[in-house]
Design a protein around this ligand. Sequence first.
Ligand code: PMP
Length: 436
Amino acid sequence: MQPNLDAFWMPFTANRDFKQAPRLLSKAKDMHYWTPEGREVLDATAGLWCVNAGHGRPRIVEAIARQAAEMDFAPPFQMGHPLAFELADRLQHLTPPGLNRFFFTNSGSESVETAMKIALAYHRVRGEAQRTRLIGRERGYHGVNFAGTALGGMGPNRKLFGSSVAGVDHLRHTHDLTRNAFTRGQPEHGAELADDLERLVTLHDASTIAAVIVEPMAGSTGVLLPPKGYLERLRAICDKHGILLVFDEVITGFGRLGAPFAAQKYGVVPDMITMAKGITNGTIPMGAVAVRQEIHDTFMQASGPGIELPHGYTYSGHPMACAAALATLDTYAEEDLLTRGTRLHGALEETVHGLRDLPHVVDIRNTGLVAAIEFAPRAGAAPGRRAFEVFLGCFEAGVLVRAAGDNIAIAPPLIVSESQLAQVADTLRRVMSQLT
Ligand code: PMP
């Protein structure tokens, strides 16, 4: 029986349309979802970029159940519990060397908020209280809290809320169909766009800028890979001016690009990494901020007596989230999932680029186990309409892909088989060939 759909105000969803024609999922296992009517749907989006080890993994399910029975909750302020320490200790072997202090949150948005507050506090305790400006990038997505909304670069997500945080500026995005269309892996052109940061330094003075946050690969705005040399250049400019560089790896963390983090894939080490999603395989809400040890240590030394960082959540390092995360990390390690994207990269690349000649396709991009197909907007229609129709058609045909603006994103669980990648491509081909 279908539930009453009225009371739930759904996030990031056209509520009025959805409630006319609801799309419900009620069961999941490994690579598949099932609708309440029992229809099987292949998951080509890892839920929402988070179920990297596939659904319903027994080891994770059992760890959560065990922890719920053993100790459901422990106060995180002035008290601790062993699993949070164990998890932080484990995570430092996955992040780049030096990024080995972890603050726990409950989501990607909270991780972004936390990282920005750490940046401000770090400068302030070192006597640089005037460094308050935060820099994001057009077409960035950093969640929906105030900092993430202000720093994000998606117009529709910002316009209802005014300028929510003062002193925020943006770099230009790097998406360039004229020079880089149909690139496999990193685009050749656009490293010079990192120099936008020098322009902002000239405009505002470096002494006012606290941090720059970018997704090494922008996910939610359509899988925009960093041009060759871009991240390196951003790192160099930040170093020159004492600006902290934050990578938002909420999507790219935990193996999406074929390495544990994009920082390792691209060989550029930021000062902080925000993460969430794959940390618990999407099971229990959790996020974290990895902080460079020198930043942590300098902050601790310069802080006054008592509580150094007056920040944290009731559910920071929640025991069930920690249990889920530890079991998730075991699963990733045992099945070598965090580098599987380097092995399946070629298979995904061949299948998606094979769709290039279908109608209205203007770009295809891919790396690791993520890809996007971009469509020309339909004249006179709502933005993103073609991608949305492809998403609907694929869902009807038993494959879940994601519509993101004019793009279809493909980001399956990292356990995906080559034949399942072929199924995704075949379904896309059938649906896309009908597109008007
Ligand atoms: N940052 C990035 C890069 C994201 O992709 C997301 C979510 N898609 C967030 C932050 C926000 O995460 P959450 O929805 O868990 O708050």
